[in-house]
Design a protein around this ligand. Structure first.
Ligand code: 1CP
Length: 358
C-alpha cells in the first residue's frame, strides 16, 4: 500500500491538526494551462481525454507539476453517468455539453439503465488506478460525481441551461416521475463513487452545481435528500482508512445547517458566503472548503494576495479549512496568478496553525 507523503488535505477534511491550510482548485486541470490545451488538441475532443486513461492521467498530473497543490482531482466530467445511460453526450465547441436523447417522458425514465461502473464506465476506474500509480503517494486523489439533482438538470434540459424550464416543469407537473429519475441517479452515483473508491481515490466530492436554483423546500426534497441517500450507500473506508466526502452546492449558503447534518465530512462554499460566518453556523459538524471568487484571479497580484489572506483570516485559527475557489477556474486566467494564489496560502496560513493570527 502506498503511504501518502502529504496528507494535509485529508487531515483538514477530518479537522485533525495540520501545520498549514491545504489548497487545491476546482478545475485545476483545464484550459487555462497551455500544456492542457496541447494535449486536448492532440486528443481531438474533450471526451477522448476522459475516456483514454493515459490522457486523463497526464492532464490530472499537469497542475501538480507546476504548483504546490495538496490534492489531485481525477480528470473526468460529471456527465459520464448520463452518457453511460445512453443519452448520447456531445461537447459542442463554444456551446458546452448536449445530449442527443434528453429525458422527457415516463417511458424515457423507465428505460434508463443503471450503469455498471466497471463496464460502461470502466475508463473511469481504469484512470483512477493509473493516476494512483503515477502519483505514487505524492498527494491524495479526489474522485467525484455530480449530485443526482444536478445530473437530472442536464438530462432533462438536454444541455446547459439558465432558466431550467424543462426540469422545473417536470418538478411542478409530475414530481413523482422526477423522484423516480432521482432515485435511479442516486443508485448510479453510489455505484460510481464506490467503484472510484475501490480503484483508489482517497476522498470523494459531490458537485451540486444547480442545487441553488431551487426554493428551500425543493432543495431539501429534490437535491439534498438524494445527495444524502447517495452517500448512505457509499463505503467510506478502504483498508481501514477513512474516505472523507465533500458536498458542494453552488448557491447553497443559506442551507449550510441542513447540509452539515447530511452526513458529509466537509462542505464546499461558493464566494457569496462569509467563511467565518459559515464556520460559526456549522460548528464542529463539518470542515469547510473554499471560497475565493474565481474572478479574483484576474486582479493584480497584491489584491489577489489580500483576498486570499482575508479568507484565511475569516476562517481563523485551527484545522478544518481547505482553501479553494468558490467555483471552477476560468479558462482565460493567467497561470501565474494561480501560482500567486497558492503561494499566498503557503505563506499566510502557517501562523493560523501555531495558535496565532496572520
Ligand atoms: O474543452 C474542454 O477542455 C472542456 C472543458 C471541461 C473541463 C476541463 C469540461 C466540460 N469539463 C472539464 C473537466 C471537469 N468537469 C472536471 C475535472 C477535474 C478538475 O476539476 O480539474 C470536473 C470536476 C468537472 C465537473 C463538472 N462538469 C461540473 C461540476 C462542477 C462545476 O464546474 O460546477 C459540471 C456542471 C460539469 C459540466 C460541464 N463539463 C464541461 C462543461 C463546459 C460543462 C458545463 C458547465 C455549464 O453547464 O455551465
Amino acid at each position: 500500500m502506498t503511504v501518502l507523503k502529504n496528507d494535509c488535505f485529508l487531515r483538514a477534511l477530518q479537522r485533525l491538526p495540520v501545520d498549514r491550510t491545504p489548497v487545491w482548485m476546482m478545475r485545476q486541470a483545464g484550459r487555462y494551462l497551455p500544456e492542457y490545451r496541447r494535449v486536448r488538441e492532440q486528443a481531438g475532443s474533450f471526451m477522448t481525454l476522459c475516456t483514454t486513461p493515459e490522457l486523463a492521467c497526464e492532464v490530472t498530473l499537469q497542475p501538480l507539476e507546476r504548483y504546490r497543490l495538496d490534492a489531485a482531482i481525477l480528470f473526468s466530467d460529471i456527465l459520464t453517468i448520463p452518457d453511460a445511460m445512453g443519452l448520447g453526450l456531445e461537447f459542442v465547441e463554444g456551446e458546452g455539453p448536449q445530449f442527443q436523447k434528453p429525458v422527457r417522458t415516463a417511458e424515457d425514465v423507465r428505460q434508463l439503465p443503471i450503469p455498471d461502473p466497471e463496464k460502461a464506465l470502466r475508463y473511469v476506474p481504469d484512470a483512477v488506478r493509473l493516476i494512483r500509480r503515477e502519483l505514487d503517494g505524492r498527494v491524495p486523489l479526489i474522485g467525484f460525481s455530480g449530485s443526482p439533482w444536478t445530473l437530472a438538470t442536464y438530462m432533462v434540459e438536454g444541455r446547459s441551461s439558465r432558466e431550467f424550464r424543462k426540469i422545473k416543469g417536470l418538478m411542478y407537473e409530475q414530481p413523482e416521475l422526477l423522484h423516480i429519475l432521482l432515485a435511479k441517479l442516486t443508485e448510479s452515483v453510489s455505484l460510481y463513487l464506490n467503484a472510484q473508491i475501490t480503484a483508489g481515490v482517497d476522498a470523494i466530492m459531490v458537485f451540486d452545481t444547480w442545487g441553488g436554483v431551487l426554493s428551500p423546500v425543493q432543495y431539501r426534497q429534490f437535491s439534498l435528500n438524494y445527495a444524502r441517500l447517495a452517500l448512505s450507500s457509499i463505503t467510506r473506508e478502504r483498508a481501514g482508512k477513512k474516505i472523507p466526502a465533500i458536498l458542494f452546492t453552488k448557491g447553497g449558503g443559506q442551507w449550510l445547517e441542513a447540509m452539515a447534518a447530511s452526513g458529509y465530512d466537509a462542505l464546499g462554499l461558493d464566494w457569496t458566503t462569509d467563511i467565518g460566518d459559515a464556520r460559526a453556523r456549522v460548528g464542529d459538524l463539518v470542515a469547510l472548503q473554499g471560497n475565493l471568487d474565481p474572478q479574483a484571479l484576474y486582479a493584480p497580484i497584491p489584491t489577489l494576495r489580500a483576498e486570499v489572506r482575508q479568507i484565511l483570516e475569516r476562517y481563523g485559527e485551527g484545522s478544518g479549512h481547505i482553501f479553494n475557489l468558490g467555483h471552477g477556474v476560468w479558462p482565460d486566467v493567467n497561470p501565474e496568478h494561480v501560482g500567486a494564489m497558492i503561494k499566498a496560502v503557503h505563506e499566510c496560513s502557517p501562523a493560523l496553525h501555531r495558535g496565532g493570527a496572520i
